[in-house]
Write a protein that binds this ligand. Structure first.
Ligand SMILES: C[S@@+](CC[C@H](N)C(=O)[O-])C[C@H]1O[C@@H](n2cnc3c(N)ncnc32)[C@H](O)[C@@H]1O
Length: 288
């Protein structure tokens, strides 16, 4: 990965991201996969309308290529599909609100969702581990309506209280739960339930155990030496993990991919016996 990159504007001082490789150790390094996928969505998944100029600019600045992120196109396409669905669901929630809502993007990595959706209807709070937050500050500097915070899940959720505004927040969890132990997932959902008022929404991606059993052989994940720990066979079961969580809906992500783009899911699909292999679940917080 290139370590020194040009500033955002021609003539602006170079942004030094030296050490980015060290910063992105362990699970944090996996943030490069969805970033690369979003940047290359037009080539990887032309069937879906998705455009992310901010991700493209970032990957260029970082000199990101397949040597770093691997060549696992199925995983990248799944990342694009989940971004499409999360963005669509979020826009629907924001459109139904009478005033801007706080959107808390947990484990945000270098997600460019705030740049895609904008700040007219949302007030953004993007949180990740300290080293990633520091990198994000340099590469996607906070702007009016977009704030950054450090919050290591699950315990760091407490630090968010007082930053959620008066209205019902929306929590986004994308590409993080599979890397957490089950106890950490439970603590994360309970932490959100403890923080959030009635009517708050949670959007979260989830993967069936049968899919993750195969996914760990993916090129990118093998290179990054990460392990999947949490899978969910039925998204209705999220509500058993924390009080006040209510199931609203799920979207089957693989339905967005043409069959030729997901042939490798044939075997996991058999094992899953009809349950979706990859989902976005919409949960909500019931009154206390
Ligand atoms: C696969 S990346 C997903 C990033 C982003 N959500 C996206 O879709 O582009 C996983 C992210 O989880 C973050 N992460 C890992 N463990 C975490 C923890 N305990 N608390 C908060 N963030 C964590 C990593 O730093 C990384 O940014």
């Amino acid at each position: 990965m290139t370590v020194t990159v040009s500033g955002p504007n021609p003539g602006a001082p170079a942004v030094d991201v030296s050490g980015a490789d060290d910063v992105l150790g362990g699970v944090s390094r996996t943030l490069l996969i969805p970033l690369y996928a979003r940047a290359h969505a037009a080539r990887l998944l032309p069937e879906l309308p998705f455009d992310d100029p901010a991700a493209r600019a970032l990957t260029e600045r970082l000199g990101l290529d397949a040597r770093t992120v691997g060549r696992d196109r199925f995983t990248m396409r799944l990342c694009i599909a989940r971004s499409v669905v999360l963005e669509r669901e979020l826009r629907t929630l924001l459109a139904g609100a009478t005033q801007p809502r706080t959107v808390v993007v947990l484990a945000c990595g270098l997600d460019t969702l705030p740049q895609r959706v904008g700040t007219d209807r949302a007030r953004w709070l993007c949180a990740d581990l300290p080293a990633v937050t520091e990198l994000r500050e340099r590469l996607l500097p906070p702007a009016s309506g977009i704030a950054h915070m450090t919050a290591a899940l699950p315990d760091g959720l407490r630090d968010l209280s007082g930053h959620l505004g008066a209205d019902r927040p929306i929590f986004m969890l994308e590409g993080i739960l599979p890397y957490l132990e089950r106890a950490q997932v439970v603590a994360t959902l309970r932490g959100i339930a403890a923080l959030a008022p009635a009517g708050a929404d949670v959007l979260v991606d989830g993967y069936h155990p049968a899919l993750l059993a195969f996914a760990r052989f993916g090129d990118g994940f093998r290179r990054m030496r990460v392990r999947f720990r949490f899978a969910i066979a039925n998204t209705r079961n999220y509500v058993e993990l924390a009080p006040r969580l209510r199931y609203v809906a799920e979207t089957d992500l693989l339905r967005l991919l043409p069959w030729r783009r997901r042939m490798r899911t044939a075997l996991p699909a058999l094992a899953a016996a009809g349950r979706p292999l990859a989902t976005i679940a919409h949960l909500a917080l019931a009154p206390v």
